[in-house]
Design a protein around this ligand. Structure first.
Ligand SMILES: C[S@@+](CC[C@H](N)C(=O)[O-])C[C@H]1O[C@@H](n2cnc3c(N)ncnc32)[C@H](O)[C@@H]1O
Length: 236
């Protein structure tokens, strides 16, 4: 059986939250005022070093080139599609799962004859990778986070990206941050958290396209679930 063809049986999010988590502002404030000092894991440091070299070479050869970060890229379908859509950009897909990163994406193809070469997929933990990208000041134009794990139980707020200790660094990356989820409340919480750092943007429905950006998007839409997008822009 091809595991990549959406089966349309994806369950809707079930949560014990009635609305935005009551501790959200407090948790974000805590992370904004207390630096995240956990040591980096060696494998992520090494992966970052390799990517940093690619970024350095890319910027030397393409001084105004754009860098697109595809965080939580899973099997990298979105990374490849973004690379195809932005042939002059360097697209970097990051996921902590070696299994997903190394899996072939079946049931999806780029335009006939097109071989995107302008992307890399890297196995790394974003809790570390984000801090390294921020410290290296990569000029990221667009930062995608597509269908992150929702952690819908109230007690797991701090496992959601907006409740995590790396929130200040992750939101400092990219002129634009594009986040998609099938759980509207996840995006509403992220939107509220982002206000604390003066990042603003709207939530809209993701239209059903011929080619979904990711396998999770395809699966949710095939199950009749609405997908949502939050687009945050940094004011220059
Ligand atoms: C629900 S999947 C979505 C994958 C893909 N974006 C898609 O839509 O098909 C969430 C992904 O986030 C990755 N992930 C979760 N926490 C991560 C972390 N700390 N660092 C890197 N990747 C992480 C998981 O390995 C998983 O592949």
């Amino acid at each position: 059986m091809n595991k990549n063809i959406p089966t349309g049986d994806s369950k809707k999010i079930i949560t014990n939250q009635k609305g935005i988590h009551e501790k959200l502002d407090e948790v974000v404030e805590k992370h904004l005022t207390h630096p995240f000092q956990k040591p980096y894991q060696t494998h992520t440091e090494q992966a970052f070093k390799e990517m940093d070299e690619h970024v350095g070479n890319f910027l030397l050869s393409t001084p105004n080139g754009k860098i697109i970060l595809d965080a939580c890229c899973g099997v990298g379908q979105s990374t490849r599609l973004l690379a195809e859509q932005h042939p002059l950009a360097l697209v970097i897909g990051v996921d902590k799962s070696a299994h997903r990163i190394n899996r072939n994406v079946e049931g999806f193809s780029l335009n006939e004859g097109y071989q995107a070469k302008n992307y890399h997929l890297v196995r790394a933990d974003l809790n570390d990778f984000y801090r390294l990208v921020k410290a290296a000041n990569w000029p990221v134009s667009q930062h995608y986070i597509l269908y992150p794990n929702p952690w819908p139980k109230s007690k797991h707020l701090q496992r959601r990206w907006h409740g995590s200790a790396v929130f200040p660094q992750m939101t400092a990356i990219g002129d634009e941050l594009i986040l998609r989820s099938n759980w509207y409340l996840y995006l509403a919480e992220f939107q509220q958290a982002a206000k604390q750092i003066h990042l603003h943007g709207d939530i809209s429905k993701v239209a059903i396209a011929e080619q979904s950006l990711t396998p999770f998007e395809a699966k949710y839409q095939a199950s009749g679930q609405e997908c949502w997008q939050l687009r945050l822009r940094r004011k220059s």
